[in-house]
Ligand binder design. Structure first.
Ligand code: FMN
Length: 194
């Protein structure tokens, strides 16, 4: 859409990754961008493990759900972890650690795209395996793994993933997710406050 920040417009969760190493200076810029995300009281609740050593990458492969086979080509995987007490926990279930991590993850992926590197976050992994392989304490939440890699060969992709690779952006109509000036979505409303 015309007028959007270019990286927001072009970022896609691509799966065809090259095994080509990402230079450390590029990885460092991507990680610094992640840390520039805003957070509640500037608490910076994100904790990242940058994994780019072959043996550690292979260890992480054991955690991946079958449908995330494509991620085994990634020359770097970012593990993003947090725990609720690293950030504000306010009334009405507001757990800001998770929001902060989301903001950092998006910064990371946008900087990656600016560097010509695909950044693809996943939820399809076993967090207990990730914790065991990397020595992450039990009380942390491993919220996502982010594959990083230069665009690569598509031939190993499943038919479904190959089609997705070239599909147009799929989004709900804005009227389903954005309303103006008053809540217009379904749900029981709070009464009694002015
Ligand atoms: C929290 C999160 C979890 C995701 N989990 C997976 C996953 O396990 N496997 C996968 O292939 N893609 C995963 N994705 C990628 C989404 O499917 C993708 O972002 C979505 O379809 C929209 O496509 P786009 O990012 O190209 O606009 C995940 C994305 C996010 C943000």
């Amino acid at each position: 859409m015309e007028g959007l920040v270019h990286e927001i417009e072009i970022r896609r969760a691509k799966r065809a990754l090259s095994e080509r190493k990402i230079p450390d200076e590029v990885l460092k810029r991507i990680m610094t961008a992640a840390t520039y995300a805003p957070s509640c009281f500037n608490n910076q609740p994100w904790r990242f493990v940058v994994v780019n050593e072959k043996s550690k990458l292979e260890a992480l492969h054991d955690s991946l759900a079958g449908g995330n086979y494509w991620m085994k080509k990634a020359p770097a995987i970012i593990v993003l972890a947090t725990k609720p007490d690293l950030d504000a926990r306010l009334s009405d279930r507001r757990e800001y650690a998770l929001l902060g991590c989301g903001l950092a993850a998006e910064n990371l992926m946008l900087q990656a795209f600016k560097e010509g590197v695909v950044g693809h976050a996943i939820a399809g992994f076993d967090p207990l395996v990730v914790k065991a392989k990397l020595g992450i304490p039990e009380d942390y939440i491993v919220i996502t793994l982010i594959a990083l890699g230069y665009p690569g060969d598509e031939t190993h992709l499943s038919e479904k993933h190959l089609a997705l690779e070239h599909s147009p952006r799929q989004r709900k109509p804005e009227s389903e997710v954005i309303c103006w000036n008053a809540w217009s979505f379904p749900g029981k409303q709070v009464t009694g406050s002015s």
